[in-house]
Design a protein around this ligand. Structure first.
Ligand code: NAD
Ligand code: MG
Length: 295
């Protein structure tokens, strides 16, 4: 493999994206170009040796990049996703297993409280422990006008993006111990909401409050909680209704670095927040925005 350029402007795909649209949830293997989730490009350094991780949304995009990086850093990983995404999930499992780590696949719907508890219990049982929960799953559906935003969509977006954090965390706190970590995924939308992402942006602000409040609640147990706030990242979320399809070719061009980010460019931040190297960091949020900054 030839060494990639260090220039952040050209290190990853920086052309216009081809127009494309899929029904939600989008499938990564059908995207053009396929996002880079570190399958080849991420290099591990055994920073999470022996840990057991649960990643929601681990089949594709940012969650897939976190799951692959965790495995390359020496962790066993359970991933959650929707049944429709089985092929993407199996592709991730192959990468995890190829570096000698255990992959556990647990499909199911996070908007179902009973499933959230089952997910954590199964992850704990099949991994033989639990040291980290990484929340990456999310729903984003652009709607131009609040008058067209249905109650059904508002409720679903909150159930998946916010309520599931409460349900999964309640189950996980039965297993997590001193040294364990929780990582949430917020968004630049929490700070600079787009006009067409009203419900989604509100959930992402709620995730910041959840992260800060929970971090203070569990600090005395030695558990740390932090959030990652991505800017425009090339993932299935964007091409299955997250953005109007006419803006896809220019997606990410508005960032000072003039391109969308690739999921692998977030991977080492998730690893850092899950590792002991971030031992004095909790209740905080870190942007990966190509220069659009989070506050
Ligand atoms: P993605 O489509 O790859 O990931 C989203 C995942 O959410 C899907 O793979 C799916 O498995 C999961 N999901 C959706 N509904 C679910 C449900 N009901 N039950 C279980 N799982 C469900 O896209 P992504 O961009 O990698 O998204 C990951 C996270 O990053 C999301 O929380 C998103 O809000 C956040 N984010 C993305 C961007 C971006 O530009 N891509 C920017 C800011 C924040
Ligand atoms: Mg997916």
């Amino acid at each position: 493999m030839s060494k990639q350029s260090n220039n952040p402007l050209t290190k990853y795909y920086h052309d216009k994206f081809p127009k494309q649209k899929q029904p939600a949830p989008g499938l990564q293997f059908e995207m053009k170009p396929v996002p880079d989730c570190g399958e080849k490009s991420y290099q591990g350094h055994q920073r999470l040796e022996g840990l057991k991780m649960l990643v929601t949304g681990g089949d594709s995009g940012i969650g897939r990049a976190a799951a692959i990086a965790y495995a390359k850093e020496g962790a066993d990983v359970a991933i959650n996703y929707l049944p429709h995404e089985q092929k993407d999930a199996e592709d991730v499992a192959k990468v995890i297993e190829s570096v000698g780590r255990k992959a556990v696949l647990i499909p199911g719907d996070l908007s179902d409280e009973a499933f959230c508890k089952k997910l954590v219990d199964q992850a704990h049982e099949k991994l033989g422990g639990l040291d980290n929960v990484t929340f990456v799953a999310g729903k984003q559906t652009a709607v131009e006008d609040i008058m067209k935003l249905t109650t059904e969509q508002i409720k679903k977006t909150f159930e998946i993006n916010v309520f599931s954090l409460f349900w999964v965390t309640k189950a996980a706190l039965g297993y997590l111990k001193a040294g364990s970590t929780i990582i949430t995924t917020s968004s630049i939308q929490a700070y600079q909401p787009s006009a067409n992402l009203l419900d989604y942006a509100c959930t992402k602000t709620a995730i910041i409050a959840f992260t800060r409040g929970l971090a203070k609640q569990v600090a005395k147990k030695g558990i740390r909680v932090n959030s990652v706030a991505p800017g425009p990242i090339w993932t299935p979320l964007q091409i299955c209704g997250g953005q109007p399809s006419e803006v896809i070719p220019e997606f990410g061009k508005q960032a000072p670095l003039m391109r969308a980010g690739q999921p692998v460019e977030l991977a080492s931040l998730y690893v850092f927040l899950a590792s002991e190297e971030s031992s004095y960091i909790t209740a905080d949020t870190f942007g990966v925005t190509g220069g659009m900054h989070i506050n």
